[in-house]
Design a protein around this ligand. Structure first.
Ligand code: IVH
Length: 672
């Protein structure tokens, strides 16, 4: 491959992975399966290995994901929280064992094999036996403090009982949602006309990051503990001993834990777990194999993102057979017609499935899927169920091939296939299904985040012709909203307020919400940062756009074509006329970034500034503000009645500042 091409390929892969990291870790709403994601990472690793000269310091292959979100205090883990390397085949598993045996210079190693629970990693700290904090993995070094939400989990001990309790212990585990609770919540949502959640992992991840405590209380979360973080003084010498201690303290641990001697026994345990997994109460996508002895774990060490002494073995996707009762066609916001299988409800990977995607016309013809067929379903990485094949022996005699309509099932406009595409499209941009799709996208959490403007409400607004384009949202009046089904005075006011508030959300949210082809959240952020306003973005041409890191030729063309359309231009104009005024990303000029590379913690009551103000001020100068004091803290900004953070900062030799010191420092352009 030519060099420029490789470089572009590396950049494209990196952007793609970062996009999926954002969707998975921060938004808990992934688009692709874990397997597809691992493949992307694998491809990038291979390219990076061949071209170390283009590997930047912060490549996603060298770090664990990042789930830090706004609204939570962050906390630095005493010991970093790592990820695990994945394997998919028996050969890869034995190669892992081989590396361990070699690394330790022994003939055989004892392992522990346990279920890999598909949830959200959490680290729970107990000091002198008392639960003091629960923190997400975050970026591995620091995570979000989610204690308030974790305290809703009933089976989690608040206090450890017994002799010889450690002074401080970080216990690592996984918060998850039981399959039956997931089904219960979805049944309720479906009855209320709300969109169903995709899978238990996303719902658990979304729930621990909610600021609405009442809603958290309504969704039952569960927990399993499996790992040892920082512990002072040391209390155990092996992983299996640690699991026993956890059980003794009253923690839920893995449903089955195998202690094995050597590679063969470990492999048998993996196979046994695979055969048992659909009987487990939680979603499992694999087995975790850990070197049992802690001294051997230490000897093997870790890479920047994962321990060398453990590995995750990912199971093949689960399958299930059921009858295809019908085929419906969904029309998405871009007009693409997606055939959807309406199924006799069946259990798959622990949850009830009644619909599955059939992808597109070509795929359906290739598989020759017909109404009445018995079909095999698979959950691609536990996300969207798909029909993978037909059981031909069971095909009813009178079955006929499915005929795609020549016109859009929603608006009647003739359908077409665009050049080079496999998808059939409705080209009527006024098609109500497309309008609904665009509005839903605009209001969604990944875009303008307008609470209360979900699928069911959008449906009514479009049906009643109250809204036909994005700007109409900002024309809605109280009387129109209160007349909608399931709306009363308070909910109507709330929706109006949410719409009003969305006007000043961050610029990237608006850019993403416009629904420009190819422009997802990551590209929207790049564009917002580069242009600083929609007005500037509108003026850009393909040449200037492709110069931006992360924007390719096709995306650039899509952007230009979007704003060239008179209809789009008119909608964008109206948005601004109606008061939409997004917040531009803060561009910190180099000369202003006097705190770059420093980390602050704020404690106590400051004489004049509110904490948020002090935080904003520090950040505007390039500094970071963390929630707790650690070795990495540069300054502690203190006010009246500062407590334990001050003591800790003093003991670590962190520099202590007053509000006056901070202000003076800013005026002088330096704190030293
Ligand atoms: S041990 C040093 N054990 O899977 C890493 N992790 O894909 C120790 N996970 O980050 C992790 N079940 O969040 C371990 N039985 C188990 C697990 C488990 C689920 C999660 C964990 C980890 C991720 C890696």
């Amino acid at each position: 491959m030519k060099d420029v091409k490789v470089e572009a390929e590396i950049r494209a892969l990196r952007n793609e992975i970062e996009k999926h990291d954002e969707l998975y870790y921060r938004q808990a709403d992934p688009e692709i399966s874990d397997r597809e994601y691992d493949q992307l990472k694998h491809d990038l690793e291979a390219l990076e290995a061949a071209h170390p000269e283009w590997v930047p310091n912060d490549t996603p292959t060298q770090r664990v994901g990042d789930d830090l979100v706004e609204g939570f205090e962050s906390y630095i883990h005493r010991l970093p929280m790592l990820s695990l390397d994945n394997t998919y085949s028996e050969d890869e598993f034995f190669a892992f064992v081989e590396r361990i045996v070699k690394g330790l210079e022994v003939v055989s190693v004892d392992f522990v094999v346990e279920p890999k629970i598909d949830g959200v990693a959490v680290s729970i700290t107990y000091e002198n036996g008392k639960l003091v904090r629960a923190v997400t993995r975050g970026n591995g070094t620091e995570g979000d403090d989610i204690t308030a939400n974790v305290l809703f989990i009933e089976e989690l001990p608040r206090e450890l009982k017994g002799a010889d309790l450690p002074d401080v212990i970080e216990i690592r585990g996984e918060i998850y949602m039981r399959n039956d609770e997931f089904d219960r919540i979805n049944a309720e949502r479906s009855a209320a006309g709300l969109e169903e959640f995709k899978n238990p992992r996303n719902l658990a991840a979304g729930t621990v990051k909610m600021l609405d405590r009442d809603e958290v209380a309504r969704r039952k979360l569960s927990i399993v503990l499996y790992g040892l973080g920082f512990c002072q003084p040391e209390i155990v010498s092996s992983q299996s001993e640690f699991s026993q201690t956890l059980t003794h303290w009253g923690f839920p641990v893995g449903e089955r834990i195998w202690e094995t001697r050597g590679a063969e026994e470990a492999w048998q345990a993996i196979e046994e777990l695979d055969s048992l997994r659909d009987q487990l109460p939680y979603p499992t996508d694999g087995a975790v194999v850990k070197t049992n002895r802690l001294d051997q774990q230490d000897q093997l060490g870790k890479t920047s993102k994962a321990p060398r002494w453990a590995i995750a073995f990912k199971f093949a996707a689960e399958q299930s057979e059921t009858v295809l009762e019908g085929i419906t066609l969904q029309v998405g916001r871009t007009g693409v017609l997606t055939p959807v299988a309406e199924l006799r409800p069946t259990q798959l990977a622990g949850t009830t499935v009644s619909r599955a995607t059939l992808h597109n016309q070509e795929e359906m013809q290739r598989k020759d899927v017909r109404i009445g067929d018995s079909v095999i379903l698979e959950k691609a990485g536990e996300i969207i169920p798909a029909v993978i094949r037909v059981v031909l022996e069971k095909r009813p005699r009178d079955s006929v091939p499915f005929v795609f309509p020549e016109s859009c099932p929603k608006c009647g406009t003739p359908t077409r296939k665009l050049e080079g595409e496999v998808a059939l499209r409705c080209l009527n941009i006024k098609c109500p299904a497309q309008v609904k799709g665009r509005l839903q996208h605009f209001a969604s959490r990944q875009c303008m985040d307008i609470e209360g403007l979900g699928e069911a409400v959008v449906e009514q607004l479009v049906e009643r012709s109250l809204v036909s384009n994005l700007s109409d949202i900002f024309r809605l009046a109280y009387d129109q909203i209160v007349a909608l089904e399931k709306f009363a005075e308070k909910s109507s006011r709330n929706l109006l307020e949410a719409i009003e508030q969305s006007k000043t959300k961050k610029l990237w949210r608006l850019i993403h919400g416009l629904g420009i082809p190819q422009v997802g959240a990551t590209a929207a952020k790049d564009l917002a940062k580069h242009f600083g306003s929609v007005a500037h973005l509108r003026e850009a041409n393909v040449e200037t756009l492709v110069e931006i890191d992360g924007i390719g030729e096709k995306t650039a063309q899509g952007i230009v074509a979007y704003f060239d359309s008179e209809v789009n231009a008119a909608v964008v104009d109206s948005l601004f006329e109606l008061g939409v005024n997004p917040t531009a990303p803060e561009m910190i000029e180099r000369s202003q970034a006097i705190f770059e590379g420093t980390s602050f913690v704020i404690t106590g009551t400051l004489p004049t500034m509110k904490r948020d103000e002090a935080k904003a001020l520090i950040e505007s100068k390039g500094g970071k503000v963390a929630g707790s004091v650690s070795k990495k803290t540069t300054y502690l900004l203190t006010g009246e009645s500062a407590g334990s953070k001050l003591t800790k900062a003093e003991s670590l030799g962190v520099k202590i500042l007053s509000e006056a010191d901070l202000i003076q420092g800013i005026e002088k352009g330096s704190l030293v």
